[in-house]
Design a protein around this ligand. Structure first.
Ligand SMILES: Nc1ncnc2c1ncn2[C@@H]1O[C@H](COP(=O)(O)OP(=O)(O)OP(=O)(O)O)[C@@H](O)[C@H]1O
Length: 295
């Protein structure tokens, strides 16, 4: 590793980043690695990062933020052959948790400079959104919406919203189409899972693997109110495959249709309300830096 471009989200996770540049400089000096750093602005960041990559010519671009920042950097890097690194500085840090990347900046940089890379699967949703981690329609999308509108960030606020939304049931009727096959189900939530767990630690897809060239569809059927405790237990103990309220299957493409528009969230960002969600596996994988021995 000769050169890193750090992309810092100044607002992610509500974390003060005033000392971050000094810390990154000290870590890079210790490891004898050159670096450049830019901050995201919240708009036109795709162009900003692309231009900086052209100028900086880094070996890796490191997202310093949450899942939204990682997703943004991934959009720029996909197909470019440059590795993505992560310093988890978000509120939920779902993908970093999945990849066993520590939240401590110094420890995360130590992993990045070792440059152990795996090729990760990437999902494309409705032809435009990229999903690296977990995307869904239904109750979790509502949870993220409430969290965004709630004002307070951080893991505790996320967990509070999680249980609040879990108690509020609003199933929709969906048609699931995979090639020639289709079926109908009522569901509280449908998850398109590249990964296994949310940043809270809730395991939605126990067999999830980020590099198996497929993804899972997890259908949460309507459940009685008393099943919430069982569901919460299964979420946090990894028992979702045994749950009578959840059906999980693997695929490389699916179209999910609903008569009513349903909220869609992609890697922690609410993208709007949709009647149709089409999910496909991208042909190209994304090189991503993980702790040595991860795979
Ligand atoms: N300078 C900025 N000012 C305001 N918003 C910004 C700025 N830079 C990025 N953003 C916004 O930050 C959001 C992405 O945040 P990110 O997901 O990285 O952090 P988080 O939401 O705190 O963490 P997590 O996704 O892990 O819960 C995007 O909506 C993006 O538009």
């Amino acid at each position: 590793m000769n050169k890193i471009l750090f992309v810092v989200n100044p607002i992610s996770g509500g974390i003060d980043k005033s000392d971050l540049k000094t810390e990154l400089k000290s870590c890079c000096t210790e490891s004898n690695v050159a670096f450049d750093l830019i901050e995201t602005k919240g708009e036109d960041d795709h162009r900003l990062i692309s231009e900086e990559i052209e100028k900086s010519k880094p070996d890796a671009v490191v997202a310093c933020g949450g899942d939204g920042t990682i997703n943004l950097v991934a959009q720029v890097l996909l197909g470019k052959g440059i590795s993505l690194g992560i310093i988890p500085l978000g509120s939920a840090n779902g993908l970093a948790t999945e990849l066993l990347i520590p939240r401590n900046v110094r420890k995360a940089v130590k992993i990045i400079v070792k440059n152990y890379v795996i090729d990760m699967d990437v999902l494309r949703i409705n032809g435009k959104f990229l999903s690296l981690h977990l995307s869904d329609v239904g109750f979790n999308a509502k949870l993220i919406k409430n969290f965004d509108e709630g004002g307070s960030r951080g893991k505790l606020a996320y967990a509070a919203h999680f249980f609040k939304v879990l108690f509020k049931k609003a199933p929709s009727k969906y048609t699931f189409i995979m090639g020639e096959n289709s079926f109908r189900r009522r569901a509280e939530m449908v998850v398109f899972a590249n990964a296994s767990k949310y940043g809270t630690g809730a395991v939605v897809n126990p067999d999830g693997c980020l590099y198996d060239k497929k993804f899972e569809v997890c259908i949460f059927k309507p459940y009685p109110w008393y099943a919430i405790f069982r569901l919460a237990f299964d979420f946090f103990t990894g028992g979702m495959k045994q749950s009578p309220y959840v059906k999980i299957f693997s695929t490389t493409n699916i179209v999910v249709r609903s008569k009513k528009k349903v909220p869609l969230q992609v890697d922690g960002e609410v993208m709007g309300d949709f009647k149709q969600v089409k999910v496909t596996l991208e042909d190209v994988q994304l090189p991503i830096i993980v702790p040595p021995g991860f795979k």
